[in-house]
Design a protein. Structure first.
Length: 116
């Protein structure tokens, strides 16, 4: 399975659902948790759930199964684990507070073109 294709598909779905400030971080050389973290913001908890629902549905249609989901009920920080690609969907305030980009600064920040 091409992990870049999984990340590319997730990014495409998030863009289609108007996710904000999408960051793709290659963490493969700094962690065994996953190869990619994809982080985005939604404008509200409803928007966050919409992004998560669309990712769950469209990724399954593409053959990429969701392994684990956390935070859906509160929808302030939703984590979707697709194995080597983990998606974090934040409410904008919570994203600033947790600042995963700073925590994973040793990762390689990519553009969507880098994963195509």
């Amino acid at each position: 399975m091409d992990i870049k294709k999984i990340a590319e598909k997730a990014n495409e779905i998030m863009e289609d659902k108007k996710a904000r400030n999408i960051e793709i971080i290659d963490i493969s050389h700094v962690s065994t948790l996953a190869d990619y973290f994809i982080i985005c913001s939604g404008t509200s908890t409803i928007h966050n759930k919409t992004i998560a629902d669309e990712l769950d549905d469209k990724m399954a249609e593409a053959g990429y199964n969701l392994i684990h989901r956390e935070g859906y009920e509160s929808a302030r920080w939703i984590l979707l684990d697709f194995g080597e690609v983990v998606v974090h969907i934040f409410h904008e305030e919570d994203r600033s507070f947790y600042n995963l980009e700073r925590l994973w600064a040793d990762g390689r920040f990519l553009t969507p073109d880098d994963i195509q």
